[in-house]
Design a protein around this ligand. Structure first.
Ligand code: OSB
Ligand code: MG
Length: 369
């Protein structure tokens, strides 16, 4: 594959409602998209980095810069025999997994379109629809939360995830459990808001029959997750801490988690995400597909990933309408609590150029010279 041109495009797109987590409130997404033009065709990738370095160390302007100044020049210099060779081509750049993932996805999309193969088939997907959950932000009040959750339950979401933080944890979880009953699949996500001193407090979640508690402690604090996992009956799941297949295997072997949230951006791309899936399957750990408030471009690839056999829990792969009034692709629509896995070649979707152009805030093209 000869990469002739790489376009870096920034878009600004408002969320349908503010999304508050323990690390801040997102009201709009400032997203970097990557389009590659190669001798075999074009491909698209979405960078999941948020505007600010509050979920992880990466942020959108940093990803943009590292792509422009380091990663894109490395792929423009010489042909790449396949997307599988990208990691070694860019190995001199430490970290910046979300930036690398966006470029890899665009190249993989181009390569698979040329081969007329879907991303799901390529990654080893085994189902054509995936179970969907929804991530519910910290609300202004418990009644407001119940209203929001009721709306999602009525839409058919198969699992509810509540964002929690100190001061917004036991009470909202108890209220949702009381309102919607024992049958509701319910889990919580703390985005690192607690410390090891909170183990006894977090044990109070045990009475609510949660599917899991996601990432209560710091990204680097595997040991506290192990201590918590030993102290409580609720399964512990890691998100931020899992940055590779090796770190997933390490955390599992150390007893820090029994469930893993897989986000391709966080681990450097869909190829590594499939390897995280594979080690988790080998260690009998269920996985689910996380989300980063993606547009339809990123969602398409996430849904393909979620079609792999180890994804046995509903993912944060919600419908377009949960995020955006108007998605940049054809909208993903929930059908009986599920999304259909795109079957077309590559990621299986394309941006609607009129919608995309209307939300574009900047665009630059880098060409081989
Ligand atoms: O921790 O899973 C998270 C969104 C942005 C950053 C981190 C997280 C999230 C979500 C929403 O929980 C997932 C989604 O619906 O895309
Ligand atoms: Mg999370």
């Amino acid at each position: 594959m000869k990469i002739e041109l790489v376009e870096l495009r920034r878009i600004a797109i408002p969320l349908v409602r503010p999304f508050r987590t323990s690390f801040g409130t997102q009201t709009e997404r400032d997203i970097l998209l990557v389009r590659v033009v190669t001798d075999v065709g074009e491909g698209w990738g979405e960078c999941v980095a948020l505007s600010d370095p509050v979920y992880s160390s990466e942020y959108v302007s940093g990803a943009h810069q590292v792509l422009r100044d380091y990663l894109v020049p490395q792929v423009l210099t010489a042909p790449l025999s396949s997307t599988r060779r990208l990691a070694e081509r860019t190995s001199s750049v430490v970290g910046h997994r979300m930036a690398k993932a966006a470029l890899e996805t665009a190249l993989l999309d181009a390569e698979l379109r040329a081969a007329s193969m879907s991303m799901a088939t390529y990654l080893g997907g085994t189902r054509d629809r995936v179970d969907c959950g929804v991530s519910v932000g910290i609300a202004a009040s418990v009644p407001a939360l119940l209203d929001e959750v009721r709306g999602y339950v009525e839409e058919g979401y198969r699992r509810i995830k509540l964002k929690v933080e100190p001061g917004w944890d036991i009470e909202p979880v108890a209220a949702v459990r009381a309102e919607f009953g024992e049958e509701l699949l319910l889990q919580v996500d703390a985005n690192t808001a607690y410390t090891a001193a909170d183990v006894r407090h977090l044990a109070r979640f045990d009475e609510f029959g949660l599917l899991l508690i996601e990432q209560p402690f710091d990204e680097e604090d595997i040991e506290s997750h192990r201590v918590l996992a030993e102290a409580i009956s609720t399964p512990v799941c890691l998100d931020e801490s899992v940055v590779s297949a090796a770190s997933a295997a390490d955390a599992i072997r150390r007893g820090a988690c029994t469930v893993v949230n897989i986000k391709a951006g966080r681990v450097g791309g869909y190829l590594e995400a499939a390897r995280v899936h594979d080690v988790c399957v080998a260690l009998a750990v269920p996985v689910w597909c996380g989300g980063m408030l993606e547009t339809g471009l990123g969602r398409a690839a996430n849904v393909a990933l979620a079609s792999l056999p180890g994804f046995t829990l509903p993912g944060d792969t919600s419908a377009s309408s949960r995020y955006y009034r108007e998605d940049i692709t054809e909208p993903f629509v929930l059908q009986d609590g599920r999304l259909a896995v795109p079957q077309g070649p590559g990621i299986g979707v394309l941006p609607r150029m009129d919608v995309l152009d209307a939300v574009t805030t900047s665009r630059e093209e880098l060409a081989a010279r």
